[in-house]
Design a protein around this ligand. Structure first.
Ligand SMILES: [Zn+2]
Length: 196
């Protein structure tokens, strides 16, 4: 577990609670995204998982099966991938997203997240029959840059320029990559930012 994630508040089972997760009656609602917290993270360039600063440079996100397929196809064809549809899914550190892809069922299966049915390409997943293709579950993707917009009701993100594509078809596939990342960064994903 990245150190900044370890410092997060825990739910009653001991799971760390991401920065953008709303709380209701002292219980985190993992399936939902908190508007205010998401806006705060976007404006402050804070990781949506650990709430500490993301340094200049690439940011990462866990994408669902449909978006993973679209990125793989674009990379295979040698054309740039453009995520023209804005999403409510906020970015984070590489280590935090590798970790989240393994432990968070809503990120591992983003189309399970409530309230997003019309927002993301992930809802296409249900209509597609899949074989045992690598990346069938989704991917951890690094993007060179991102844009955001805070509207009256939502915080929307758009991601540009794929710089890393790590597909997965099982939940624990990124464990070696996460271990290597933590060893490299000394467990501090941003290399600097302090937990608030
Ligand atoms: Zn983080």
């Amino acid at each position: 577990m990245p150190a900044a994630v370890e410092a997060r508040p825990r739910d009653s089972r001991g799971y760390p609670v991401p920065a953008i997760t709303p709380w209701e009656d002292d219980e985190p609602r993992f399936a939902l995204t908190d508007y205010g917290r998401s806006a705060e993270c976007a404006r402050g360039r804070l990781c949506s998982v650990c709430d500490t600063l993301m340094p200049r440079g690439p940011v990462w996100r866990v994408v669902g099966a449909a978006e993973s397929d679209a990125i793989r196809d674009a990379l295979a064809a040698g054309r740039p991938y453009r995520n023209t549809a804005a999403t409510l899914e906020a970015p984070g550190h590489r280590a935090c997203m590798l970790y989240a892809s393994m432990v968070c069922p809503y990120l591992a299966r983003p189309n399970a997240r409530r309230g997003l049915t019309a927002e993301t390409p992930d809802d296409m997943t249900a209509h597609v029959v899949r074989g045992a293709v690598r990346g069938a579950l989704g991917a951890v993707v690094g993007f060179g840059d991102y844009e955001f917009a805070v509207t009256r009701t939502r915080v929307l993100f758009r991601f540009l320029d794929v710089v890393e594509y790590l597909p997965h078809d099982t939940a624990d596939q990124h464990l070696p990559e996460l271990r290597a990342e933590l060893a490299r960064s000394g467990g501090r994903p941003g290399g600097g930012g302090q937990p608030r």
